[in-house]
Ligand binder design. Structure first.
Ligand code: LLP
Length: 448
């Protein structure tokens, strides 16, 4: 996380100390680095430059208007999956011709909204959806631009809950059904078939699934191109990896080197839908330690952020590195990939462990602990058996790589107001979403 650095033992986001942000805006607090988003966007554009792709940022990963606006100004398009996301990108002035709309369950009002905005294309996920789109666009006297999202039945070897490209997943259209759709496309006069689309899962730490899917897609394109089915766009989706712990993450260049040759063979225009790889390193979640306790078998560090603020550990057993924002020694976060980091990570115990006798701290000043939130669920647990410097009430800690699927998956569970979001640019910070208030929590409810 290039823009989140420790200087003399203190965590900075770009030029601003994390501590000062927590004091000014309170905790839990999402802190975003503007330059992290810009760097990542420029990196992916540079790596794929030969193919001049449309880079459609996946809004679901991080949907604050200020973030969308940064990427829009840099030239990005957007991958949306709801009317709400369309509302967001329209609000920041996105060019609708750079917007693609995915999702298996687009409702009629959402389809109308998107037809009305004249978006670049719908990524259609079933024959039934295509029939509905035909009927709706005929009703509006318009023609709907469409890519067929295919299910390539490729295993992306990612978490069971985030894999999308296998037959048993709800996403995409079977190749034989897609063939039938194309054969009969003349019966859908209000559909313009522009291309094919896939999204394989998230995150994918290998280029192999992309190559496997593209081999199938390029064959399909060769067999099915016709005057009524130009298939001029090929959308390979998102899924590019992010370093959370000690994974080997292919660079954008490696993904590009795997993908571009297939695009060359088809002469298609390339669309990418990166989410996590642009937003993941763009934010940390700051949280304060409320209490610590030892129940005889395990040590707990109870912090003021919960699964309502960052659900990934509870939902996917996801690893987020965490570390105090003030700590004299270089944190392993800065050593990722190095032997020291491996050594440190290897000494975490993970799931099943028993704390040494109460209060035990090792010679290096570390203690094994479970960092947990205040929510009344045992799954409200950020780390298990994590080796952390001794933490006490009032200490500030940071959860790293929280920019993707962090705030955007937050909720009001346990009637907790959602945290504030702050954007840092160089030495300046500004609130880009206020902390929710108690009256806002109940604003839409009628109790009498
Ligand atoms: N395109 C489509 C159609 C998608 O469904 C997704 C993510 C993306 C692009 C972006 O994928 P990315 O580049 O971010 O990997 N909540 C989970 C991840 C769910 C991903 C859903 N779809 C998590 O926190 O890991």
């Amino acid at each position: 996380m290039k823009h989140f650095n420790y200087r003399e033992g203190e965590l900075f986001c770009e030029g601003v100390p994390a501590r000062s942000l927590a004091e000014k805006y309170g905790t839990p607090l999402y802190v975003y680095s503007r330059n992290s988003f810009l760097d990542a966007y420029r990196d992916i554009c540079r790596a794929f430059a030969k193919a001049s792709p449309l880079v459609a940022f996946s809004v679901k990963s991080c949907s604050n208007l200020a973030i969308l606006n940064i990427l829009r100004e840099a030239g990005a398009g957007f991958d949306i999956v709801s009317g709400g996301e369309l509302h967001r990108v329209v609000k920041v002035g996105a060019d609708p011709r750079k917007v693609v709309f995915s999702g298996v369950g687009k409702s009629d009002p959402e389809i109308l909204q998107a037809l009305d905005q004249d978006i670049l294309m719908f990524n259609v996920e079933s024959e039934a959806e295509l029939d509905n789109l035909q009927a709706m666009s005929a009703g509006m006297g318009t023609v709907a631009p469409v890519a067929l999202r295919l299910n390539p039945d490729v295993d992306a070897h990612t978490h069971a809950k985030t894999t999308t490209g296998k037959k048993e997943n709800k996403f995409g259209i079977d190749f034989s059904v897609a063939s039938r759709i194309i054969r009969n496309i003349a019966e859908q006069p209000n559909i313009r078939l522009l291309g094919l689309d896939v999204h394989l899962g998230s995150p994918i730490y290998s280029t192999l699934p992309y190559r496997q899917a593209l081999a199938k897609l390029t064959d399909f394109i060769k067999e099915h191109r016709s005057p009524r089915a130009h298939l001029e766009y090929l959308n390979i989706g998102g899924g590019y990896g992010l370093l959370y712990r000690d994974q080997a993450v292919p660079s954008f260049q490696e993904y590009a080197d795997a993908i571009i040759p297939f695009i060359g063979k088809t002469g298609c225009k390339l669309i990418l839908e990166p989410g996590r790889s642009l937003s993941g390193n763009g934010a940390v979640l700051l949280s304060r330690v409320l209490y610590t306790k030892n129940n005889g078998t395990r040590h707990f560090t109870i912090v003021d952020a919960g699964m309502s603020d960052l659900v990934r550990p509870a939902m996917y057993d996801a690893y987020h590195f965490c570390w105090p924002t003030q700590y004299a020694r270089t944190p392993p976060a800065e050593l990722f990939g190095s032997p020291e980091a491996k050594d440190y990570l290897n000494r975490e115990t993970g799931e099943d462990w028993e704390a040494p006798p109460s209060g035990a701290v090792d010679a290096e000043g570390f203690r094994l602990t479970d960092v947990v939130g205040p929510i009344c669920e045992s799954s409200d647990c950020f780390t298990r058996g994590r080796r952390l410097p001794v933490l006490e009430r009032g200490d500030l800690i940071s959860f790293f790589s929280a920019g993707a699927y962090g705030f955007s998956m937050s909720s009001n569970y346990n009637s907790r107001p959602r945290p504030a979001e702050v954007l840092v640019n160089g030495g300046e910070s500004r609130e880009i979403r206020k902390r929710e208030t108690l009256p806002e929590l109940t604003a839409g409810e009628a109790w009498q």
